[in-house]
Design a protein around this ligand. Structure first.
Ligand code: BG6
Length: 496
């Protein structure tokens, strides 16, 4: 393991109580994240993990499933028996209802270590957040050292997110609440801050004076898998744009914070969210597209349509959305931010492209218009940064040039293991660092913008454009004339 010992900050002894403890997210992400940090000796303190389930879960199958996911997520050699040592720190606890009596076993356990910090991780539907936090409070299980981690979706509207917050705030104060967005734990996303704020070169050119447009694509090849019920209630706008894509937009658009501290960063993100222009029934028609996938083929295999996947005859839920967002502030006036995300697209592919303006005066007129530089931050499938710049083709015969990429491939440059986003974020919770977690006022500002789209769509009865599974979806119509989605993959495809 390559973690530099001096970078490992001390974490105090803790209890982690995971509600929804046998759910998919807990088994695939939360426990493996804690496991890898444990193996890396970052959790070099006493700790206990309580997996809270609603009904009796057979110990054997739980640990079997968990072992499988831990092994699947491990790309390095494990010491003999280390998984069992980790399992020795875990305990399954059944809490069938939120009656105080049902919390007795948990209370007894936590009371054994009264000085430990306790992390309550609510990996349950948000409708249960209020009852859980009330019960914890009534049992005397919340103190100044307690923290609560909330998984999305945090409601499905501004009103419901406020309601969740008002229930939670009876038991926890804002500095104890960690609203998790796993996109903020991705390396490239964090590198965005370093790239912007540790490089004079970029920060000086970071405005509409130099940037033509920004494009953010989060494309998934997967469909809705087994989450049809949840997904059909939310759709791509609430599932991906309300959180992940908006957070990316904030990190690109925000002003430099005075310090890299939670409230300094969150204040700057909030200013961006308050400046994104709201939609109405006219602008949704012009500047948004919603789509739904039909049957299609990927690599020769037939894929179902969305309706077949969710086993319904009809649904107006969008599995794709593209938006041209405008930010009404001094820095970004007239630089559109194009956002696009969808399920069942050609491949899993996410990137941020900063399209710089073309040079002011062309001294190579025989070559036609000179394309602007691009800064590409790729999040998936691999983490990479590229700077596309014009370069002269070697040889005599005048000046001919083409765009060439300067590439920084993380895998090649840093030969360390890449921790999963959850590993980083859970450690931040343990250390009490809220920088990468959304504050309630940010969340509300995000909802106000999202609701302007939903209301606009409802007013105009916006229809889904159908797109075949395995294609890039119908996003082009939100583009300004003369623009296209400039994906670096296209460069690879065309050999540019
Ligand atoms: C989740 C969404 O928040 O993010 C899923 O609910 C989506 O629908 C997932 O598949 C994408 O995450 P990643 O890290 O695989 O891009």
């Amino acid at each position: 393991m390559g973690q530099d010992a001096k970078n490992i900050k001390v974490i105090k002894p803790f209890n982690a109580v995971i509600f929804g403890g046998d759910g998919d997210l807990a088994i695939r992400k939360i426990y493996p994240a804690l496991f890898h940090r444990f193996v890396d000796k970052q959790l070099n303190v006493d700790f206990h993990i309580y997996a809270v389930t609603r009904s009796d879960r057979k110990h054997a199958t739980f640990y079997e499933d968990l072992r499988r996911f831990i092994l699947e997520s491990t790309d390095y050699e494990l010491a003999e028996g280390i998984i069992d040592v980790f399992f020795g720190k875990m305990q399954l606890i059944t809490i069938p209802t939120h009656a105080i009596d049902d919390y007795r076993e948990l209370k007894e356990e936590l009371n054994k270590t009264p000085n430990y910090q306790t992390i309550y991780y609510l990996s349950t539907p948000s409708s249960a957040f209020g009852e859980i936090s009330d019960a914890l409070k009534k049992c005397g299980l919340i103190n100044a050292k307690s923290k609560v981690v909330l998984e999305k979706p945090l409601g499905n509207s501004l009103a419901s997110s406020k309601e969740i917050h008002s229930k939670l705030s009876n038991s926890f104060s804002e500095n104890q609440i960690y609203r998790i967005d796993h996109y903020l734990g991705k390396e490239t996303v964090q590198n965005l801050m370093v790239l912007r704020f540790a490089n004079h070169l970029f920060e000086n050119a970071w405005s509409s004076e130099h940037i033509e447009s920004v494009q953010i694509t989060v494309a998934e090849s997967l469909g809705v898998e087994k989450r049809g019920d949840y997904y059909d209630q939310s759709g791509a706008l609430l599932d991906m744009v309300q959180n992940h894509l908006l957070q990316l937009l904030c990190l690109i658009a925000m002003e430099p914070p005075a310090r890299l501290e939670a409230d300094f960063v969150r204040n700057e993100k909030l200013k961006v969210l308050n400046s994104v222009r709201l939609f109405d029934e006219i602008s949704v028609l012009k500047d948004t597209v919603k789509g739904q996938y039909t049957r299609g083929t990927v690599n020769g295999s037939q894929l179902n349509s969305y309706l077949e996947d969710i086993e319904k005859y009809e649904s107006t839920t969008e599995t794709f959305v593209a938006i041209k967002a405008d930010i009404d502030n001094w820095r970004w006036k007239d630089t559109p931010f194009y956002l696009r995300t969808g399920k069942r697209m050609t491949k899993r592919y996410s990137e941020i492209v900063i399209n710089f303006k073309s040079v002011k005066h062309n001294v190579f007129p025989s070559q036609g218009t000179i394309p602007g530089n691009k800064l590409i931050m790729r999040l998936q499938p691999e983490e990479r940064i590229e700077l596309v710049q014009m370069t002269k083709l070697p040889g005599p015969g005048g000046y001919r040039y083409k765009p060439i990429s300067l590439k920084l491939d993380y895998m090649d440059s840093f030969h360390e293991r890449f921790p999963d986003a959850y590993e980083r974020l859970i450690v931040d919770v343990l250390r009490g660092d809220q920088t990468l977690f959304m504050r309630q006022d940010e969340l509300e500002a995000a909802w106000i913008w999202i609701e302007s789209i939903v209301n606009g769509w409802n007013k105009v009865k916006m229809k889904n454009v159908l797109y075949e599974a395995g294609t890039w979806g119908p996003g082009d119509s939100v583009m300004k004339e003369g623009q296209t989605w400039s994906m670096s993959m296209k460069n690879e495809d065309t050999g540019i």
